[in-house]
Ligand binder design. Structure first.
Ligand code: ATP
Length: 245
């Protein structure tokens, strides 16, 4: 793969009504790479995801300068729908599944029109990663456990056939055992399909264990970046973000 493959953000500046939220961040998710985006509340993680999903205007935000490119294409000129079609899928914070729809319906509605013919195959493929959902297909989404809802949110994102999966706060409110199961299945997915993952995560230890490369945001800037293994053993990162132990 060349530098033009994958997702590349360069010098991105974002403002909300003139207030700067991202102050020139650059990051990259190579094909098949697992990248973590970490940092405290208000650091700019959600803003980064919103910029990548092209939904900043819903929050009265604006990309002031910088570029976002994906497989050589200019994401900055795309609509949110075009971003998804280009192969960037978003698993939102809080899962946002349709609680009144069944699991099967939640998946079906996410299949793009152009892929309707292979909807069954896509659903099968996703369920093979998370077989716990198989027995729940006709159950309303609202009745699922938190972990199952997160699995469903990931499966729903997979319906679009992504090359990069952006996952916002994967572990929020979930038991560690469930989180590790999900993370293991994401690893299976990556081996099988070479999909890249951008993991936005408050739990720094989990984020670093799961990823190959990591960025730490602080006040809209990248304070640290590097191989996750190295960051996991960096004394400064350890004392600031990993609770010293
Ligand atoms: P959290 O984990 O709390 O969501 P975060 O790292 O995702 O934090 P952002 O939500 O991206 O951080 O916030 C970055 C900065 O932008 C903060 O100063 C925040 O107050 C500001 N901000 C975020 N959303 C808006 C908005 N809709 N309008 C105005 N300012 C905003």
């Amino acid at each position: 793969s060349t530098d033009d493959d994958g997702l590349t953000v360069t010098d991105l500046v974002v403002e909300y009504s003139g207030a700067r939220a991202l102050d020139g961040i650059s990051l990259r998710v190579a094909p098949g790479q697992r990248v973590a985006l970490m940092g405290p509340n208000g650091a700019g993680k959600s803003t980064t995801i919103r910029a990548l999903s092209r939904v900043l205007d819903l929050y009265r935000g604006r990309a002031v300068s910088g570029t976002i490119r994906f497989d050589g294409r200019n994401v900055g000129a795309m609509s949110p729908q075009e971003v998804v079609r280009a192969g960037i899928a978003h698993v939102p914070e809080g899962r946002k599944i349709f609680s009144e729809l069944t699991v099967r319906e939640n998946l079906k509605v996410a299949v793009p029109r152009a892929a309707r013919g292979s909807a069954g195959d896509r659903i099968e493929q996703a369920l093979s990663l998370f077989p716990a959902l198989r027995g729940r297909l006709d159950m309303q989404g609202g009745w699922l456990s938190g972990g199952e809802q997160q699995m469903l949110a990931i499966c729903r994102a997979l319906m679009t056939g992504p090359r990069v999966l952006m996952i916002d706060e994967l572990s929020l409110g979930l038991a560690p055992k469930v989180v590790y199961w999900i993370v293991e299945q994401l690893e299976v997915l990556r081996r099988d399909t070479h999909v890249g993952v951008l993991l936005v995560e408050q739990n720094a230890r989990l984020a670093l264990k799961f990823s190959d490369y990591a960025y730490v945001l602080e006040n809209g800037r990248i304070a640290y970046s590097g191989d996750s293994d190295a960051l996991l053993h960096d004394p400064e990162v350890e004392s600031r973000y990993l609770g010293g132990g």
